[in-house]
Design a protein around this ligand. Structure first.
Ligand SMILES: [Zn+2]
Length: 288
């Protein structure tokens, strides 16, 4: 098994650069942990902090960016998603409805971190031209078979897009601000950026803090707040919908408590409390 050095620490908030940082607690998962599809052992215990200024959260003691990129690149991430049904069946209704507003025939859609292209299949079914960014080599072959144009990194992308989507991506990025600048350059005037990520302002996050299942240390490292998106330069915030990562997380409180008991006490492989309600957000931003 790989032992990975995870001693990267932020000296300021990675999202607004404020030095006003509050410690929320250790992320005390059992070891080893999965990173992409690799089972790895970590040298340090990770912890979670909140920025006093923009209210975003971020993880301390994370992998160095190059080590993380290498693991994602060589991961068999396509195997993680092959069991999935289609995008429309997999995602909550409010996400599908919101996307239909923007997936209009003839629009150029770029999905960053597109994996095997489920979202692009949906965009294609609405008559959009589909492009994806995906570092995993095995996933790229599947995208090609489906007829989606793919790039292995955002730096390779050429052209302009009406819609850029990034689902379950921003929480993995060491340089989220740099990525937002690239997204802006690739959007046409008035183009929209649509992000799906965890919501630190949700009840689930606020109640469980360093026990929130979504922290997923050490893969998830930044958790932008709603305030961060409201204050973002060069973009107008059009909407934020509270939602779930997928329909699989929409469970009753009884199911949540049963899972907690089963994982924490019977199995001993506790990885944080399950979702106590909508704990993701779909953010739509327009380039101005
Ligand atoms: Zn901040």
């Amino acid at each position: 098994m790989l032992t990975i050095k995870n001693d990267h620490k932020w000296s300021a908030c990675p999202l607004c650069l404020s030095k006003d940082i509050e410690y929320l607690g250790k992320i005390d998962y059992r070891k080893p942990v999965m990173f992409s599809t690799h089972l790895i052992e970590l040298q340090e215990v990770s912890s979670i902090c909140q920025c006093g200024s923009c209210k975003s959260w971020f993880t301390q003691n994370i992998l160095h960016e190059n080590d993380a990129l290498e693991l994602y690149k060589n991961g068999e991430s396509n195997t993680k998603w092959l069991r999935q049904t289609g995008f429309v069946e997999e995602k909550p209704r409010n996400i599908v409805h919101r996307l239909k507003q923007y997936f209009i025939e003839g629009k150029r859609v770029l999905d960053v971190g597109c994996n095997i292209g489920s979202l692009l299949d949906f965009a294609g079914s609405k008559g959009c031209y589909t492009f994806g960014v995906e570092p995993s080599i095995t996933s790229q072959a599947i995208l090609c078979d489906k007829g989606h144009r793919s790039f292995s990194s955002i730096d390779e992308v050429r052209g302009q897009f009406d819609v850029i989507t990034a689902f379950d991506l921003v929480e993995h990025l060491h340089d989220l601000l740099g990525s937002i600048i690239k997204f802006k350059q690739l959007l046409v005037e008035g183009g929209v950026l649509i992000l799906l990520t965890g919501d630190v302002d949700s009840l689930s996050a606020r109640l469980t803090k360093n026990d929130w299942w979504y922290l997923k240390a050490p893969e998830h490292i930044v958790f932008p707040s709603r305030q961060f998106f409201r204050e973002l330069d060069d973009f107008e915030l059009l909407s934020i919908d509270g939602t779930y990562a997928s329909v699989g997380y929409m469970k009753s409180i009884f199911w949540v408590l049963a899972q907690y008991f089963r994982k924490k006490i019977l199995l001993g492989n506790y990885q944080g409390l399950p979702a106590l309600g909508p704990d993701h957000m779909l953010v739509v931003l327009r380039k101005i």
